[in-house]
Design a protein around this ligand. Structure first.
Ligand SMILES: [Zn+2]
Length: 127
């Protein structure tokens, strides 16, 4: 079976780059783990608050321009933060991105401050 994006998840994709939205739509269909979108486009005010709280280190976040989304894994409809779930979701995102020929970066592949819930369009292809 495949999962479907909730209405709330779809609402959070408003303002997100269409190429990234297409990857999300394809990823949910092939993911072995259900997920929701927790955040897409972010305001400068919210980004500043996240940096102040220590949740983010940059004021140049890809969320500010609609080039990034954050997901939360769902098991039986409940949010789970167990790391292995995010690896499985990332597999679905990477396969979807490859199908769509959309260069995508997973925050879980970063060497410092690994960010499992975060996916963004590659700056090289989508400045
Ligand atoms: Zn993020």
């Amino acid at each position: 079976m495949s999962f479907r994006l909730s209405t709330r998840s779809r609402a959070r994709l408003v303002g997100v780059h269409p190429a990234l939205t297409a990857v999300v739509e394809a990823a949910i269909l092939r993911s072995s783990v259900d997920f929701m979108i927790t955040e897409g486009l972010r305001t400068a005010t919210r980004q500043a608050a996240l940096v102040k709280a220590g949740a983010s280190r940059t004021l140049r976040s890809r969320h500010l321009t609609g080039h990034a989304v954050d997901v939360a894994a769902l098991v039986e409809g409940q949010v789970r933060w167990d790391w292995p779930l995010y690896g499985r979701i990332a597999q679905a995102f990477k396969a979807a991105a490859a199908d769509l020929k959309t260069p995508l970066i997973w925050g879980g592949d970063w060497k410092t401050l690994r960010d499992g819930p975060h996916f963004e369009l590659d700056r090289k292809a989508f400045p």
